[in-house]
Design a binder for this molecule. Sequence first.
Ligand code: ARG
Length: 465
Amino acid sequence: MSQDKQNKLWGGRFTESTDAFVQAFTASVNFDQRLAPYDIQGSIAHAKMLTHVGILTEQECLQITDGLADILESIQTGEFNWSVELEDVHMNIEAALTERIGVAGKKLHTGRSRNDQVATDIRLFLRDQLALVLAELSRLQEGLVGLAEQHTDTIMPGFTHLQVAQPVTFGHHLMAWFEMLKRDAERFADCAKRVNVMPLGSAALAGTSYPIDRLMTAELLGFSRPSANSLDGVSDRDFAIEFCAASALLMTHLSRFSEEIVLWTSAQFNFIHLPDAFCTGSSIMPQKKNPDVPELVRGKTGRVNGHLVSLLTLMKSQPLAYNKDNQEDKEPLFDTVDTVLGSLRAFADMVPNIEPVKASMLTAAKQGFSTATDLADYLVGKGIAFRDAHEVVGLAVRLGTETNRDLSELSLKELQGFSAEISDDVFSVLTLEGSVAARDHIGGTAPNQVRLAVKDAKAFLAKTR
Ligand code: ARG
């Protein structure tokens, strides 16, 4: 029997030692050590429950909880010696515990398996991370609402097909981002409900013959309930997929937002200024100030979307119950968490510092006949059918294009040449201010409505805080 075989916690039935490459290939400790605080939290609750039901003595329980607290400290100070031979975070900690406290350490694993242990650890980890994600999301939402409040009357062009379509207010545009993030927050909060279910007690797959008290463990760990089926308990990773799905959608939103910021900071748009702190220069072109933060967030969206597909593919066709495949769940999940938190933090810091260049926005809104729909609506008001009005305005736009003038720059006589119904009250609807103010209904761009939307959003954020 080799030395290596003896080191394994599961070495009993083996006669040969593990191939060195296989050992490294199957180990997860290099990445799952991140779960250590949660592994220890779960073990402490498990030990307390085992003591409560008479499987461990009070003395053993105290040795275990003290030993684990000690180990946590050595991990946090970086003194802990992680060993690839011990495969994963669970066995590293258990071996260290036994080394410290002797036989009581060997009793900790009574009535559980690494299968329910790891599923519990990931859920505890993700529960914490979800709280951070939700906090950063609401900080970003607050930034958006604050900026929108300052710009309820700031006019900019609204686009369809990236062509100037109709004037909107900058505040209204910002509140569109708020709405997307509000749905994202709802999705994360909903996901948190299913994350907060406890697999511990499912043991390897069938439950355990010990008289465990799962309600007690769940309560100690702050889970809303124990999982209802042991096979599902050890093998379910839906909650991680849901988190990645909510993350992919959030990142997709942030990538759209990023794209607009990149466009708007360009000299061609010049709609906004980003503070220097969020940009970087070029090593060759001295004049450059690049919007690196939004560009990078746009790029990082790809990996989060990829992680979602990784996890879906990981779970596809897996038979019940636990399979080693599931060890592959951690890296995509961890990277999703890190990427989402980093991107949210960058955006939450950046958004309140966006400065619109109002004059450029206004100039752009005046181009591209953005009040053409208003002229059509005006004609409808005079009794003309919308399709006919559309046709009339099309002819007026053609004259404007040919003579390089906006609709408001055509003379009354010229306009009347297209329709006798037009009189001099037409000019009030052709202004940008008149156009936005006219869209005065729930969800419209009128400054009045944007002020109401901002008020509702503030009340909503205050309630969720
Ligand atoms: N490192 C493993 C994982 O991440 C822990 C569970 C291993 N269970 C087993 N039966 N090999 O999934």
